[in-house]
Design a protein around this ligand. Structure first.
Ligand code: ADP
Length: 604
């Protein structure tokens, strides 16, 4: 996003300024409300004066004047309430408008960033930005902004009142105010504190993320009996949060106690000065009036300072929330070609592809990968874990852009194609299947929104789904995720295959499932894959060598490089890495057979 990047308060003001007229009206009204809030105090001062002037002959008290000041105080209170209410009404108008624009802007941006970003970012964090951080901006504009004006205007008016009546008592009270400001500044201003606050937010986010993912994955976790392992991840984030939050909370202890003690005891500053002046003054009545007023006024000082505290602490939290949002907004969208091209054929060609997940990282996931996956052929990618297989698969539908080199489809670099076009031409079936909370039919149709009901059923049959769909409570109309509807991992994957079949894209990228509890499911998935792969350019990540024997080409990827390529027979003849892997695989298979596993060899 090309714009000057602001942060902190200026960025908050920039966000608020999108609805200028409403904001300005709100700020003006809020300033007036703040002024009005002091009227009762001034009225009380005059009442005290009247009372003291009549002392000790109260029959001489000017009741009409006292009543008038009483009404004035009441008018001040009413004025304060009404003006503040109007200020809030205006600020809410501004806030909801801004909230809407921010949410739409954020969501639109997320749709444009590379798909790989979503894979890495984790949905918990994005949900938090959408639900919490942006909502906080709404809170900031609707409530805090008017309060900030009040927090700026009130101390000024307060200082003016304090100094006008009696500058000596005024200075004593202001000394307390200055001290409390000093404490606040120490508490919020230090770089260490800001850093801690940021870390606190980030740990909170991690915990949030892990919780969401844990809850979402409970069914899978149970199916794979990974309870202890997956809980450990959540447990770790909770521990990290706890380790952070305790020192963080304690670090506020002294500042907050000092602040609260000072602002609630302003009279302790005023009293000694008052006693000194009282001892030497001749005008006792006038002095007593002022003195009493200062003592009455000190709670107002406390409430003004509490407002300042509230504004500062909220402001800091919101700023950090906005900074996280801006971090996501700063992610460059996937560059789009000025003149998009289309492919005439469907060969996939990797040309010296270099890729790293993280700019700063030393680890190069792919380091000069070149190969050709021919149209209507199956190209299998095998190799040890961490070698770069999944990375290759993710680069074909342009989840990420390569760092150097290029990937072409039918001779056209995929960066020169419109993203929509590329998405239309490439189907991908990865292991983590996402199903929407919609009917089975709609979930399959997602592959091709124009598909007829018959086409959906045909795809489901081809993907070996029809039988289990038929057994669901409402067949194809069963809503996934509804009560009592439970799909196994294999069934979900077959639905994803049905989606890809109905899409009928010329290029298919698939990640073969690693492990499934039951062989029946495994068999059905292989059958579904076979239909999906017919007459397509297929790039398949294979985790078991057993399923790649029939591939037209096998590519062995190791340490981010192509170690070998060729057909199964050719590679076996070479006595290289593939043969080594094959022998280990066969040993394992034989071992299983020898161990009595009836179908072992087929499903290793
Ligand atoms: P394979 O699929 O063969 O197991 P991958 O393509 O997943 O291998 O990984 C290739 C390399 O890229 C590894 O070194 C791995 O650590 C790294 N890698 C994979 N995913 C990420 C990621 N999300 N962030 C950073 N590094 C990654």
């Amino acid at each position: 996003m090309e714009k000057t990047v602001k942060s902190g308060w200026p960025r908050l003001v920039e966000l608020a300024a999108t609805k200028k007229a409403w904001i300005m009206s709100s700020l003006f009204l809020s300033a007036l409300a703040s002024l009005a809030s002091f009227v009762p105090y001034v009225a009380i001062y005059f009442i005290i004066r009247e009372v003291l002037a009549a002392y000790p002959h109260y029959a001489r008290l000017d009741v009409a004047a006292v009543m008038a000041y009483g009404w004035l105080a009441l008018a001040g209170i009413a004025g304060n309430i009404i003006l503040y209410f109007l200020a809030l009404a205006c600020s809410h108008m501004a806030a909801f408008g801004t909230l809407y624009e921010l949410k739409v802007g954020f969501a639109t941006h997320l749709a444009k960033v590379p798909l790989g970003f979503h894979m890495l970012a984790g949905s918990g964090k994005l949900r938090k930005v959408m639900d919490e951080n942006i909502e906080k901006v709404e809170g900031f504009i609707a409530h805090q902004l008017p309060d900030i004006v009040a927090a700026l205007v009130a101390p000024l008016v307060m200082a003016a009142i304090l100094l006008t009546l009696d500058w000596r008592l005024g200075l004593a009270a202001l000394l307390a105010v200055a001290l409390s400001y000093f404490v606040l500044e120490r508490a919020y201003g230090s770089a260490g504190k800001r850093e801690m606050m940021r870390e606190y937010q980030s740990k909170l986010e991690d915990m949030n993320n892990a919780t969401v993912e844990y809850i979402r994955g409970i069914s899978v976790v149970k199916a794979f009996r990974q309870t202890v392992y997956s809980f450990r991840r959540l447990h770790r984030t909770i521990r990290a949060y706890t380790d952070m939050v305790i020192p963080y909370t304690l670090s506020w202890e002294n500042y907050m106690s000092a602040f609260i003690v000072i602002v609630n005891n302003v009279y302790l500053f005023v009293l000694p000065v008052g006693i000194c002046i009282g001892m030497y003054t001749d005008e006792h009545a006038a002095f007593a009036g002022k003195f009493i007023f200062y003592l009455v006024f000190t709670p107002a000082v406390a409430s003004v300072m509490m407002k300042v505290l509230y504004v500062m602490s909220n402001g800091m939290q919101i700023m950090d929330g906005v900074a996280v949002m801006d971090g996501y907004l700063a992610r460059a969208p996937l560059p789009q070609p000025a003149q998009p091209k289309e492919a005439a054929s469907w060969d996939i060609c990797f040309n010296e592809v270099v890729f790293t997940y993280d700019e700063a990282s030393e680890v190069t996931a792919l380091n000069g990968v070149s190969f050709l996956a021919r149209q209507n052929e199956v190209t299998a990618i095998v190799g040890p874990s961490g070698g770069g297989k999944s990375t290759i698969a993710h680069l074909i539908p342009r989840f990420f852009d390569v760092k150097s080199g290029g990937i072409s489809l039918g001779g056209v670099d995929i960066r020169e194609m419109a993203t929509g076009y590329l998405m239309e031409k490439v189907s991908f079936v990865f292991q983590d299947v996402f199903l929407f909370k919609q009917s089975v039919r709609e979930n399959i149709r997602m592959g091709s929104p124009a598909a007829t009901d018959e086409e959906v059923v045909a795809a489901a049959r081809a993907a070996q789904c029809h039988e289990f769909i038929d057994k669901l409570p409402a067949g194809y109309d069963t809503v996934i995720g509804a009560k009592g509807v439970h799909l196994s991992g294999g069934e979900k994957q077959r639905l994803a295959i049905a989606r890809a079949i109905v899409k009928d894209a010329p290029v298919v990228v698939l990640d073969e499932a690693t492990s499934f509890a039951d062989p029946e499911n495994e068999h059905l998935i292989q059958k579904a894959f076979a239909i999906l792969m017919k007459n397509k350019t297929v790039v398949m990540i294979a985790h078991r060598l057993g399923s790649v024997r029939g591939a037209d080409k096998i590519i062995v990827v190791e340490n981010g490089r192509v170690a070998e390529e060729g057909t199964h027979d050719a590679l076996l003849g070479r006595r290289g890495r593939y043969r080594e892997m094959w022998e280990i695989y066969m040993q394992a298979a034989n071992w299983r057979l020898a161990g009595g596993g009836k179908e072992g060899a087929r499903y290793v």
